[in-house]
Design a protein. Structure first.
Length: 261
């Protein structure tokens, strides 16, 4: 065995604790993101992406950095000091990464104009709104709710608050409603648009839905979900209970047909 090969083998043996810590970190993060980003959120709204980010950063600042820094000919005291510092850096990166992913977990999916959009706790807290209040409107996790914008004077007031006062529309608590819209609500009209799309342009998706649920398309209600990393179709039963979702490979609406937000 050559000297360089022997040195690298020694480094790998020394880095085994750092590698074990990285594996523990990746496992804990994976389990946590599975609970923090349930259902469709895991794939297209930050769960899988957060896991990748934390694992990559922690791997670079853990085993990889250890292999670069470790020198087997150093005095034992200095080697222990290097090991302690590198493990501290790795743990700090792990804690920061997990906190970062946790801070981006969805606390509600809010239907706004054309689709459900995920919102995070910080979106509400910075405007003095307690996200726990959202759970009164839905038993789902995260809660599903609808913003009823109204018409005429009520709609002008909403626009004024958004444009002049800078208050995001989804933090205006007086607009929050459970999923039970009126016939002319955008939520109801949006469901009709989803069903029409499935019956025409979205036939491959429709076939997969019928195979998965074993029921005609009209037996369910549908709504678009716009995650931070993709789009999906949510499937509801007639009692407004979420039954599942299907990820969409492409945006189902041409840009010219999308409602302006």
């Amino acid at each position: 065995m050559t000297a360089p090969e022997s040195m690298w083998r020694t480094r790998w043996r020394a880095a085994r604790w750092s590698l074990a810590l990285w594996l523990l970190s990746a496992t804990l993060t994976g389990v946590a993101t599975w609970f923090w980003f349930p259902g469709v959120h895991y794939r297209i709204d930050g769960g899988l992406q957060g896991l990748r980010m934390v694992s990559l950063v922690d791997f670079i600042l853990g085993p990889v950095l250890f292999l670069v820094v470790y020198r087997p000919h150093k005095p034992a005291r200095l080697l222990l000091l290097d090991l302690a510092l590198l493990i501290c850096v790795q743990i700090a990166a792990m804690v920061w990464g997990i906190w970062r992913v946790y801070s981006q977990r969805p606390v509600a999916d809010v239907y706004m104009l054309d689709a459900f959009y995920p919102t995070v706790a910080a979106d509400y807290q910075r405007h003095g709104v307690d996200p726990a209040r959202l759970r009164r409107f839905s038993v789902q996790d995260p809660p599903l709710l609808y913003l009823r914008l109204g018409q005429g004077k009520a709609l002008r007031h909403v626009v004024h608050v958004v444009m002049v006062e800078g208050l995001p529309i989804y933090t205006q608590t007086e607009l929050w409603q459970a999923l039970a819209g009126q016939p002319d609500d955008p939520l109801v009209l949006g469901r009709a648009a989803c069903l029409s799309w499935l019956q025409h342009a979205g036939q491959p998706v429709a076939a997969e839905l019928q195979k998965r649920f074993g029921a005609p398309l009209a037996a369910h209600d549908y709504a678009w979900f716009q995650g931070r990393y993709g789009k999906a179709l949510l499937v509801f039963d007639k009692q407004e209970r979420l039954q599942g979702s299907i990820r969409l490979a492409a945006d189902p609406l041409p840009r010219s047909e999308k409602p302006h937000r």
